[in-house]
Write a protein that binds this ligand. Structure first.
Ligand SMILES: *Cc1c(COP(=O)(O)O)cnc(C)c1O
Length: 369
């Protein structure tokens, strides 16, 4: 449909940086340094500073970044890692791939962030906490750090580049943090990429080794690793976008406020809420529909509005995680949310006019339920 409104408009973002990216690509192509190299090193410095951390290490994607962050900590094999059931499946995948055991807990009803009391209950029998900064806002990190009682806290910051809590950025709270630059994230590459961020130089070095075949010097393999490095072309894109990210996140915030006003009067939906103390970066703007969500979703898509659901089936009910042994009803808040959430289009270049159209289509769909 020509007049449709996408969930995320990656073309619109590219239009703003196209010239810079072409010039950067030309320079990389001429240099012959296609994996790691000076562009990646420059991005790592810039992203570490942006995250308020001493070190950033580029990786091939966000799932690898999470896995390497966990591996770098050298936790007891098979140890439990506490994470919220309401997350993208990659958070749990990374735990399993790191030789550890996902310990799922539910989320709080209002913000759908990891439930601190439930996490605290699991601390005595676990080896790490892995909160997720869902949809662009930080988990209640000061409470989680306290609940962790000395266990390392690893942040999943894939959805929160530029978000802060009490002024402290995503990536600066945990012992080590991971993020994803998948194209649809707030800071998105033109392919897969990710990063690990930490203040700890030894952990950063361990991640660098792990992602480069366990090697710091050519053909000397100090530890068992694998291949997860950032491409120089992705670093070109990420450097250009990082310069715009504060303004883009500000534009997302303005769009979220406009949705709050446009949708505030509609019956049958609950608007997303920001945890006090958070500066939200609105990776996703997801409302909850009290009944008939799937029909509303279909009506919006019919009207050319790229609405979505994040996530329709929680991690513990996925066939791949059946071995964890949780049936339906194990995490009621997560499961109820999975049946009600509806993500609306939101990206920095979204116009007020487009938002009016989304609001009108949503109101019509709710009336027709
Ligand atoms: C996107 C995402 C990841 C994984 O990132 P990839 O780059 O796709 O591997 C991990 N956790 C969360 C919460 C995500 O949204």
């Amino acid at each position: 449909m020509t007049n449709s409104i996408p969930l995320v408009d990656l073309h619109a973002a590219h239009a703003e940086i196209a010239e810079e990216v072409r010039a950067g690509f030309d320079a990389v192509l001429a240099s012959g340094a296609y994996v790691k190299g000076p562009e990646v090193a420059a991005f790592e410095r810039e992203y570490a500073a942006f995250s308020g951390a001493g070190h950033a290490v580029g990786t091939a994607n966000g799932t690898d970044a999470l896995e390497m962050a966990l591996r770098a900590l050298e936790l007891a094999p098979g140890g439990g890692v506490v994470l919220p059931a309401n997350t993208f499946v990659a958070t749990a995948e990374a735990v399993v791939r790191a030789g550890l055991r996902p310990v799922l807990v539910d989320v709080d009803e209002e913000h759908l962030l990891i439930d601190v009391a439930q996490a605290a209950d699991r601390v005595p029998t676990s080896v790490a906490l892995l909160p997720v900064h869902l949809n662009g806002q930080l988990a209640p990190m000061e409470h989680l750090l306290e609940a962790a009682d000395g266990l390392p806290v690893v942040e999943d910051g894939a959805q929160s580049q530029g978000a802060t809590r009490h002024g402290r950025p995503s990536g600066s709270w945990g012992r080590i943090s991971a993020t994803s630059f998948y194209p649809g994230k707030n800071l998105g590459a033109y392919g897969d990429a990710g990063a690990v961020v930490t203040d700890d130089a030894a952990l950063a070095e361990a991640v660098r080794l792990l992602g480069d075949h366990g090697s710091a010097r050519k053909y000397v393999h100090e530890r068992f690793g694998f291949n997860s490095r950032m491409d120089a072309l992705q670093a070109v894109v990420l450097r250009a976008k990082l310069r715009r990210l504060p303004a883009w996140n500000e534009a997302r915030r303005a769009a979220a406020e406009r949705y709050d006003k446009l949708l505030g009067g509609l019956d049958g939906i609950t608007l997303p809420r920001t945890l006090p103390g958070n500066a939200h970066v609105w990776h996703l703007y997801a409302v909850r529909v009290d009944r008939g969500r799937d029909g509303v979703l279909a009506a919006l898509q019919q009207a050319g509005i790229g609405a979505g659901v994040h996530y329709p089936v929680p991690v513990h009910l996925q066939p791949a995680f059946r071995h964890l042994g949780h049936g339906a009803g194990a995490f009621p808040v997560t499961e109820r949310a999975a049946g009600q959430l509806l993500t609306l289009p939101l990206f920095p270049q979204l116009t007020e006019g487009q938002q009016h159209r989304v609001a009108e289509a949503l109101a019509a769909a709710l009336r027709r339920r």
